[in-house]
Design a binder for this molecule. Structure first.
Ligand code: ADP
Length: 518
């Protein structure tokens, strides 16, 4: 979704008379009050430890996608504020990188503790600005916090090496040192976790960071940054700017002080950032779009396959880059699977994420709904059948019915591209070779899922899939302890796990020579 929500015409939550008439709208009010009372409703950018407005006073309104109401306004920043944030990160780098690993670890651990202490407020904030059900938002807070905890521990394990020297009077050492100032650009679908997954390892390694969260979901980022300050992460180590994305991006790319760009978002923007990093030869990590196949073989346990593909498809209303995008089902099990899958999808409750029992929230914006409509229309015009849903939901706004489309094939957009919405395309296949060929028939290569009871097939297919992550008989596989990242045009580098540290480190070789006694 390239279109940014810069809504200058939304109604302000506090001043809307409609709020008191509509049943659900009192819920967001109470949620917002609770966040405000906890001190975590931050509506300014963070530069050098100071909360600041944009220099020209421009603002962006942040909307609740479930109601269309404006939650808050944040500064619309650009080149100048970003340049100052970079300077502040650069000057803090010299002190932060010189702390001991134990000191950095302690500050990160304090941050983790504070995130957990405020998990309810952070989850409410995520649901308010992003729309996901509160249960999923709480899950995101735990998941997001886990990166801070994990990397607070990993900070103490940045080991170097001693290499046996080819000459007797020499000693060869390998040191691992922080890469420097990091520019981190993040999307709206995980307003907390996509930030902690980058900032955790960066700070653990001794880097300092300028984060640009999505303009749709800046409030969670700002609340998390406030907790970082409270935790003792020094002013300037973590800066947050938001507003004019291309201006902020260009300022980060052009700066010789920024040594690394880490990005999660669309493949198109990722390619621009990679290109823009060339002029200053920055280190680059990219987590880009996926087109996840979910392969259900005849020999699968049908209950496990339905549960796993449901979770992999409909998490966050289909708005994650690891969401099952194509459910490939072998002919012998196709009808049975389709029936059981439709029944499971029918059981999902669509609504405002703050309402208990909701499992499907709204999509992030109107452009997202239009994309889903285009994909479904394209499929039906080419012979696919909608067997469940297929329309905007009666709740209006950006709610879309959980949808199942059968008989999808390679010619359809639903097969070729990420739908990023609650639409499950079922694609029949005959043989294992067909399934692998269809699964790999894409430029993307992030997550793939396989359902089978055969152990040899699990190995064979996992190894044949051109993907960075494979879930076997499991639909939810992300964890802070395992490497996350894609192959082909899904990205570069890995996040989480010990491998996630490498992205923020340089390897330095030191040769100690002339060590003979004189
Ligand atoms: P999505 O489709 O998830 O919104 P985007 O790639 O458009 O994906 O957005 C991901 C992040 O990249 C957001 O923070 C967005 O503001 C930012 N972004 C978009 N365009 C640019 C750009 N030209 N330079 C830098 N950041 C950008």
């Amino acid at each position: 979704m390239a279109m940014r929500r810069v809504a200058f015409h939304g109604r302000h939550l506090l001043s809307s008379p409609h709020l008191f008439r509509r049943h659900m709208s009192t819920e967001p009010m109470a949620a917002l009050d609770r966040i405000r009372n906890s001190g975590l409703l931050k509506t300014q950018g963070l530069v050098g430890g100071k909360w600041i407005d944009s220099y020209d006073g421009k603002k962006i309104e942040v909307q609740n996608p479930a109601t269309g109401d404006v939650i808050a306004s944040v500064p619309c920043m650009g080149t100048k504020e970003t340049t100052d944030a970079i300077s502040s990160a650069y000057s803090t780098y010299s002190s932060w990188s010189k702390l001991t690993a134990a000191e950095r670890s302690k500050a990160l651990r304090n941050w983790y503790d504070l995130i957990i202490k405020h998990k309810d407020e952070l989850a409410l904030l995520i649901t308010l600005e992003q729309g996901k059900p509160i249960k999923e938002a709480l899950g995101e807070v735990s998941y997001g916090a886990s990166f801070i905890e994990f990397f607070s521990e990993e900070a103490k394990r940045i080991y170097g090496d001693i290499i046996p020297a080819p000459l007797s009077d020499r000693r060869l050492l390998v040191l691992k040192q922080p890469v420097g100032v990091v520019g981190a650009i993040t999307p709206w679908n995980f307003p907390l976790a996509m930030i902690t997954r980058k900032v955790g390892p960066a700070l653990a390694c001794g880097c300092t960071v300028v984060v640009k969260p999505s303009e749709y979901t800046p409030l969670t980022a700002l609340a998390a940054a406030d907790l970082a300050l409270q935790a003792g992460i020094p002013p300037g180590a973590l800066n947050i700017v938001m507003g004019n994305a291309p201006e902020i991006g260009d300022a980060l790319l052009k700066s010789t002080q920024v040594r690394k760009i880490t990005f999660t978002g669309s493949t198109a923007v990722g390619k621009k950032l990679m290109e823009g990093s060339a002029s200053t030869v920055k280190k680059v990590s990219l987590e880009l779009g996926g087109n996840a196949p979910c392969i259900v073989f005849d020999d699968a346990d049908i209950d496990v396959a339905v549960k796993g593909s449901l979770a992999a498809k409909f998490r966050n209303s289909g708005q994650t880059c690891v969401c099952a995008n194509r459910i490939l089902v072998q002919e012998g099990i196709y009808e049975e699977f389709a029936k059981a899958f439709v029944k499971a999808v029918q059981g999902m409750q669509v609504g405002n994420g703050l309402v208990e029992g909701t499992s499907q929230g709204p999509l992030i914006n109107e452009a997202a709904v239009q994309k889903v409509e285009t994909f479904v229309n394209d499929a039906t015009s080419k012979g696919a059948n909608v067997i469940l849903g297929g329309r905007r939901h009666s709740l209006g706004k950006t709610f879309y019915e959980p949808t199942v489309v059968s008989n999808v094939n390679r010619d359809m957009l639903l097969f070729k591209d990420e739908v990023f919405g609650p639409v499950a395309p079922l694609v029949p296949f005959k043989t294992e070779e067909d399934a692998i060929s269809m699964a790999n028939d894409t430029n993307a290569g992030l997550a793939a899922y396989v359902f089978t009871k055969s152990i040899p097939r699990s190995w064979r297919v996992s190894e044949a899939l051109e993907y960075g992550l494979v879930g076997v008989n499991e639909g939810i596989i992300s964890t802070e302890v395992a490497p996350f990242g894609g192959v082909k045009q899904s990205g570069l580098g890995r996040e989480g796990s010990k491998y996630g540290m490498d992205e923020y480190l340089e390897v330095k070789y030191v040769c100690m020579g002339n060590l003979k006694e004189t």
